[in-house]
Design a protein around this ligand. Sequence first.
Ligand SMILES: Cc1cc2nc3c(=O)[nH]c(=O)nc-3n(C[C@H](O)[C@H](O)[C@H](O)COP(=O)(O)OP(=O)(O)OC[C@H]3O[C@@H](n4cnc5c(N)ncnc54)[C@H](O)[C@@H]3O)c2cc1C
Length: 501
Amino acid sequence: MGDNMKKSIWQKDNNIKEEKGITENLTTDVLIIGAGMTGISLAYNLIDGKNNIIMVDAGKIADATTAKSTGKVTYLQDLTYYKICNVYDFDTAKLYYESQKEAIRIINRNVKNNKIECDLKKCEMVTFTNDEKEVPKFTVEKLILDRLGVKYSNVSKNIKNNDVKELISVNDGYVFNPVKYLIGLYKKIRSSSNVDVYMNSRVQKVQKTKEGFKAYVNGFEIKCKKIVFACHYPFFTIPGFIPLKTYVEKSYIAASKVEKTSNVAAITSNYPYVSFRYQENKKEKYFIYLNNSSKLCSKLNHEKNYEECTDEIKKITGTSPTYKWENMDLLTNDYLPLIGRVSKDEKNAFIATGYNTWGMTGGTIAGKIIADLINSKDNKYLEVFNPSRSMNFKKVLNFTNNTLLSNLKAYGFNFIKKNPSWYKNQAFVTRYCGKRVGVYYDEEGKEHVVSNVCPHLKCFLTFNKVDKTWDCPCHGSRFDTEGNVVKGPSSFDIKIDETKL
Ligand SMILES: Cc1cc2nc3c(=O)[nH]c(=O)nc-3n(C[C@H](O)[C@H](O)[C@H](O)COP(=O)(O)OP(=O)(O)OC[C@H]3O[C@@H](n4cnc5c(N)ncnc54)[C@H](O)[C@@H]3O)c2cc1C
């Protein structure tokens, strides 16, 4: 399933072979859906506790968004504090800062206590811009950093470029290999007596029961008292209304071998984001480069985006990339993650998502917050990250610009234009027996017919020629040419029974 999707530099280090899936009805205290940064951080915090835990993943553990990130562990996150203050106030920005610092401490402690060899390395972390218009935002970000007591510099030891108009540099950022880190935690989880992990088990539906919840997986049921949606983009809309609170951003990444590394990681402050870092272990040295970030609906030319990323990294390093991949994350309209109870009335269903592309720290702190909720402990971030927090004017404005417009654009493209160029070469969309179907002709000329309607929120799917997948331009679900779902939020396939057409 999904073998066409390009693998990241980290995914090769995922040596977990075990393929145990759900093959019977089960009962547990807590069900965690998703084994990425969020799910694994949470499960780790719950080991040897009083609850029995089941963690399920639709695929392999640590093989999705986290495994395709750039693995920066940092509290300097482009101009996050400026953005948060713009929507809320300094106290909110301070709480966010404290949460990210706490997450960095947790990651360092976990690595040390479990002797995890994940190439965790302290480095200079930089936000910079080549755009004169961005400069005033840097002034405000620096004022906020001053109030937070952060020691930063206006110059970089490693980035000396005449085009740079402004920069902020701190010397206590980190980079690591996210897959090796999660596998290190996973090994500890597996050796505990109260956590059971299942792979290749996609939860399709969850129902509320008198005792708690019932999750439907692989044709079986898991009954639980408490449930955690650690599945990145949740597969349901109600409760929580996550599609209304978020939008999806996609980027293209490449990694090339280099002779020498610099101890720096950096990101630009505005679209189209450029981000880079180095990766070094005993065997290899790489330069990792990200560009072409965009809201999901706005760029669908995967070939061109991959090409541009390859060209850029070649210009910088002089070598063709060994790895090329793409990744998507959920962004919120107020720049704060959504971590806590799925809805106000729901005491025992939890969610953690919307990390605004900073999920190494976001997922780590979510693991702590949700463990505290499960264990009925207080946590100082409950209010600030509450997924049901109220709207304010700035949030509504951002909702219009980000969520509403990007969804309308994606839906609009689909419904109004039906642009045939999206489907040229091997794939096209047509109507067959009254149904909208996607048809793909493989290299041998064999026809593969699937439904062209995403089961999640009924968006029409577009063909991704690079990965040979059918992709949802609204919320990011992806399906292979046989119609198997390879990435949520959809929890259903798009296969069609041709005999019933
Ligand atoms: C290009 C890019 C670069 C990034 N770089 C960084 C960075 O340098 N630093 C940083 O802090 N953050 C970074 N991020 C953000 C970060 O990668 C994400 O926020 C984070 O990985 C999300 O973790 P997660 O556990 O929520 O999701 P995932 O890692 O996707 O884990 C969710 C798991 O749930 C499973 N799942 C989904 N649906 C179901 C279902 N129905 N049933 C069962 N299982 C299911 C999936 O298979 C998956 O394994 C980046 C994001 C992008 C897009």
